[in-house]
Write a protein that binds this ligand. Structure first.
Ligand SMILES: NC(=O)c1ccc[n+]([C@@H]2O[C@H](COP(=O)([O-])OP(=O)(O)OC[C@H]3O[C@@H](n4cnc5c(N)ncnc54)[C@H](O)[C@@H]3O)[C@@H](O)[C@H]2O)c1
Length: 249
């Protein structure tokens, strides 16, 4: 039976665990060859081993904040595949700190992965995506692009930046056959389900906290031919939390 991504090559940054791992598994189940570009060597190799029962998967140790390592990934992809069809810029994290204590080193560390790393990876892989066109880039942003808890400055700024980068790249890369979209997850629980309380679920309009497969499904749709007229947009996947009006009783 034909699958949606038969013969396609998809790179997932930060694919070693959490959302990235689920996204990688989703593409593998749909026939793609998947490259996990993950900075933790142990995680990259262990996850690639575990997912190999689903299809062809390569674990590559890459820190997307490092220009040389990203260029080496592009070189390896060129010699191994010649062209690729999808890039999921998923690697990211936050560092919290008050306005009085946050250091510029902490600011830079978050930005260098979440925003600069996503651009750097997109830039170095664009020639390969162009060869694989029609192709697609998806940035994993966050609902924190538009709302915040206190003291999350670089994380929120990086995710807002990713959403701006999405429309900027969409208009630039459209003529080269590459669509660019972002996904803004809300609360996606990547740990053991039993630690969640009933209020965690019930506060969501859909009645539950999100799981990594919710984001994988959104990626599969946006990367597919069915989304061929969709570029430059953000898809919020948050169970309705960002549209819920909240006033204290
Ligand atoms: N989990 C959520 O609720 C949630 C909500 C909104 C957005 N997101 C975003 O989704 C993405 C994945 O989140 P998660 O919860 O699965 O995180 P996670 O911490 O479980 O996994 C992130 C993975 O990325 C890797 N990584 C981090 N920096 C890297 C770098 N410089 N180069 C290569 N790999 C790197 C880590 O080693 C890890 O394996 C992140 O961008 C995060 O900001 C998550």
């Amino acid at each position: 039976m034909n699958q949606r991504f038969d013969g396609k090559v998809v790179v997932v940054t930060g694919g070693g665990r959490g959302i990235g791992r689920a996204v990688a598994a989703g593409f593998l189940k749909e026939g793609a060859t998947v490259i996990l570009a993950e900075r933790q060597q142990e995680t990259a190799l262990a996850t690639a081993g575990e997912l190999s029962m689903l299809g062809l998967v390569h674990g590559r140790v890459v820190d997307i904040a490092d220009e040389r390592q990203v260029s080496e990934l592009a070189d390896w992809l060129r010699s191994e595949f010649g062209a690729i069809h999808g890039l999921i810029n998923n690697a990211g994290f936050g560092i919290s700190g008050s306005i009085d204590t946050l250091t510029m080193e902490q600011w830079d560390t978050v930005m260098n992965t979440n925003l600069r790393g996503a651009f750097l990876t997109s830039q170095r892989l664009t020639p390969l995506l162009e060869k694989g066109a029609p192709a697609s880039i998806i940035h994993i942003a966050s609902t924190r692009a538009v709302m915040s808890e206190p003291d999350t400055f670089p994380y929120s700024a990086s995710k807002g930046g990713l959403r701006a980068l999405t429309h900027s790249m969409a208009v630039s890369l459209g003529p080269r056959g590459i669509r660019v979209n972002s996904i803004s997850p809300g609360w996606i629980h990547t740990g053991e389900p039993e630690i969640l309380r009933s209020i965690d679920h019930s506060q969501h309009p859909v009645g539950r906290v999100g799981n990594p497969d919710d984001i994988a499904e959104a990626c599969l749709f946006l990367a597919s031919d069915k989304a061929g007229f969709i570029t430059g947009t953000d898809l919020t996947v948050d169970g309705g939390m960002t549209v819920k009006m909240i006033y204290a009783d």
